[in-house]
Design a protein around this ligand. Structure first.
Ligand SMILES: [Zn+2]
Length: 148
């Protein structure tokens, strides 16, 4: 019998295949993994960490949890690093070190207000903010730059 087919959306149906845990618990597990990481953590690494807990969690559930955590600002995806860092609940600019991969999330209300206004003026709604600035962090700049 072939009953264990995966649902495309990953959403439980009444009487159908159900997740092993409430969605909130998976979100908190993923958030803990991201908070524990010293650098941006990729989806494959998150999945490995979840697998290590002994629970089988489908990729669609992981992506849904990441979407929910991102939507509430608990995590932030850093595109340059292709990974996630813990968020602050508000939009932040990601300063990304090219050399060591360190990511700092910094507040900059005027920048986000200006982008909000710009988007609104051009009829864009439901906007998200992705601002990432690559460069060298202070530690890498000091170690690489000090030739003296
Ligand atoms: Zn660095």
């Amino acid at each position: 019998m072939i009953e264990q087919r995966q649902q495309a959306e990953g959403a439980p149906r009444p009487g159908g295949r159900r997740p092993h845990r409430p969605a909130g618990r998976l979100n908190e597990m993923i958030l803990a993994i991201i908070r524990k990481a010293a650098r941006p953590i990729r989806v494959i690494e998150i999945r490995s960490a979840l697998d290590a807990t002994g629970e089988a969690i489908t990729p669609s559930l992981v992506f849904r949890a990441l979407g929910q955590l991102s939507a509430r600002g608990a995590i932030q995806k850093v595109e340059l690093a292709r990974g996630y860092v813990a968020g602050t609940g508000a939009p932040r600019i990601a300063l990304v070190c090219d050399a060591c991969g360190d990511v700092s999330l910094v507040a900059c209300e005027p920048a986000f207000a200006a982008l909000d206004e710009l988007a609104g003026r051009h009829g864009l709604s439901g906007q998200r903010f992705v601002i990432e600035v690559p460069g060298r962090c202070a530690i890498c700049a000091a170690t690489a730059g000090d030739v003296a």
